[in-house]
Design a protein around this ligand. Structure first.
Ligand code: KIV
Ligand code: NA
Length: 265
């Protein structure tokens, strides 16, 4: 099997072939996602929410991200594996950012890193790339800044913020990013931003004008009960499926029906 690379993604944009990205945080799930043919697996810092149960992405550490990333890398035979630099591991200065990116690449075997922000992080982006590490950007709703935003609602509805995003995506391209996520911004703005650059845009809640789409796998599988934002398409209701299976097992054990004659030595 041929590995997807950052070059593959740029070729896909040129050909007009959509890029499909999903998150994974562990070996077993990543194996399914890679087998299905997903182009990019994102080891997102959304692990802080869906794996660790935190309210925000802020608490997850670099060591914890590396643990998730290494597990995913062991499963991914074809998908490009991109790993989020967590909050606090790159905002200080570009040397710290490079050090964190190198730790992720060295200790997990991942193929690229992702950072949140625009012009503010361009020096770090450029410095990480000097080490030969591909960088994905992330604009729009950047959850590591939730305490600045105060809410997870749509970003860049006002002209000032939309103009900043348009300048930021050019800056990220110039700094050398191979792609960028656009999260929760108006579809029209995402389409314009996408047309303004050669690098692929991967949207979440950013409409169909992006070069690709990404979802958090727990959300699209319906594991995250009650989480139903407008942008989310839920493909399964795994919470209820698993809940039902667990109840069936529970009842079998309580009733003395499990194990039966064949399920023993
Ligand atoms: O952490 C994450 O899952 C992400 C995606 C939602 C883009 O950054
Ligand atoms: Na993230």
């Amino acid at each position: 099997i041929k590995r997807i690379t950052t070059n593959t993604l740029q070729d896909m944009k040129m050909r007009g072939e959509k890029i499909a990205m999903l998150t994974s945080y562990d070996y077993s799930m990543a194996k399914i996602v890679d087998d299905a043919g997903i182009d990019v697996i994102l080891v997102g810092d959304s692990a802080s929410n869906v794996m660790a149960g935190h309210e925000t992405t802020l608490p997850i550490t670099l060591d914890q991200m590396i643990y998730h990333a290494a597990s995913v890398v062991r499963a991914a035979k074809r998908s490009l594996v991109v790993v989020d630099l967590p909050f606090g591991s790159y905002q200080g200065n570009s040397k710290e950012a490079l050090h964190s990116a190198i730790r992720i690449m060295k200790e997990s075997g991942a193929h690229a890193v992702k950072l949140e922000g625009g012009q503010e992080i361009c020096e770090s982006v450029a410095r990480i790339i000097t080490a030969g590490i591909p960088v994905m950007g992330h604009l729009g709703l950047t959850p590591q800044s939730i305490h600045k935003f105060g809410t997870y609602t749509v970003r860049a509805k006002e002209e000032a913020e939309a103009n900043k995003l348009k300048a930021d995506i050019i800056a990220l391209q110039e700094a050398g990013c191979f792609a960028t996520v656009l999260e929760k911004i108006p579809a029209k703005l995402a389409e314009e931003a996408t047309a303004s650059v050669k690098i692929p845009t991967i949207g979440i809640g950013a409409g169909p004008g992006c070069d690709g789409q990404v979802l958090v796998i727990h959300d699209m599988l319906g594991l995250n009960k009650g989480f139903k934002p407008r942008f989310l398409r839920q493909y399964l209701n795994l919470f209820d499926e698993i809940n039902g299976a667990v109840k069936a097992y529970l009842n079998d054990v309580k009733a003395g029906d499990f194990p039966d004659e064949k399920e023993q030595y």
